[in-house]
Ligand binder design. Sequence first.
Ligand code: N0T
Length: 527
Amino acid sequence: SGLASVGAEAQEDRPRIVTENGRHALLVDGQPFLMLAAQAHNSSNYPSVLPEVWPAVEALGANTLMIPVAWEQIEPVEGRFDFSYLDALIPQARERGVRLVLLWFGTWKNTGPAYTPAWVKLDRERFPRLVKEDGTESYALSPFGEETLEADRRAFVRLMTYLRDDDADHTVIMVQVENETGTYGSVRDYGQAAQEAFEAEVPAPLLASEGQEGGSWRDVFGEDADEAFHAWSIGSYVGRIAEAGKAVLDLPMYTNAALRDPLKDTDPASYASGGPTDNMLDIWQAAAPDLSLLSPDIYTAESEAYRAALDHYAKPDNPLFVSETGNRVDFARFFFAALGKGAIGFAPFGMDYTGYGNFPLGAKATTPEIIEPFAQVYDLVRPFEREWARLAYESEVFGAARPDDDAPQTLDLGDWTARVDYDLWQFGQPDWTFLGDDLHREPDENAGVLIARLGENQFLVTGIGARVTFGRTGGGGFTLVSAEEVEWEEGNWRFRRMWNGDQTDYGLNFTDRGAVLRVTLVPDDDR
Ligand code: N0T
């Protein structure tokens, strides 16, 4: 019975995602965990390269490293598996207290087969490519390749078996199944098996989720039928891989999306059709119920589009995880926007010192200077990362990222509002021009604010390069009773000092030094 109870405990401590009242948490070691992540470059998944990865992870102050595991690397010869990479990676992560998210690069990596072993790539009979509408072959593997699915699933199961047997304390907290699926240049597969499936009825589970009794793809999805069919085909394939993996070790699994334009409907011929784009989330959820979430890879640094992308993926039935974002300085601010929407994690892409840069998506090369603004925003939350994750799950959180036009924003906190200004100095009001003619401050690129509700009239506030001014929704007087600067220590907020006088007379002004405030407000009529 001793052994059985140890087993039960280990089961309980397995990383998992929980949802209550439309809010989510990733539990790691039984408690909410916030992934302050770094994603490595695509070819950093070798023991010889890890010495160039860890220093960047450390400079960033990340608690999680996302790094690929390639099918070609674990099964170079069919049926012969090699996990020497993980033998190196996992203990090195554990030693550093860094958790891992493994990215399974299998059938689809940025939609293509580049990470499949040569014995897959070169055998087009056994592992067919999909067929385009004009009858020619696409570069991409077909989701109707039964043997491809079989083979990918077998390898993935071996990976999960390795984790079950060799990662008992769950250094690996999550697994990404495939990478940016979908197909460029063909809205769906027009090969024979695909065509037959397209001409048949929509499968029952999808009909049920659409609330329909029966019908063809055209009947149910109209002009989106081709894309919906492809999303269902790829989603089911990925779902079956996830299902088999989870049967071995039930870790949270997800897959990521190459986004379409977040602000408008565009032709699926112009993006990775069939991937988990914002318009296909319902279909993907029905096709792959074993995935805990679908995540956006956000490479637009335009603030309105970024916000829209976050909104598409932050839903009561889909925990937000920004699994990739650009690592240029103008992306760092969106950390605040993501966390404010309850994100369970955030990951700038390309955070290692291998010398590669994916400019213009991200930086020209990853250097300590590139990492610094991200380190700065992580550093604000890192000391109380789990408390933040708990508040996002059990209470309410809010965030604001500096918009492109640096205009002030007003956050709706229920009975309270928080106005956020980005271009003000710490003292005085912007119209005090009698003190000087240019009171305008150039905003910090990575400026933003985070707020968490501690009680009806109490909030935790932190930020960079912003002035926060509280107000009452609908107006009315109130007293800012106290703005206590606090530090998280051994599970409690420890008082450091009171902000008062100049430090509160003109709003709460956060510089690039960061500070965490516990603000207590009392409405006038309550006194
Ligand atoms: C990402 C990364 C890596 C606005 C690009 C983004 C990563 C993959 N793909 O460095 O390859 O593995 O998930 C695709 C963005 C396409 C261009 C969008 C223009």
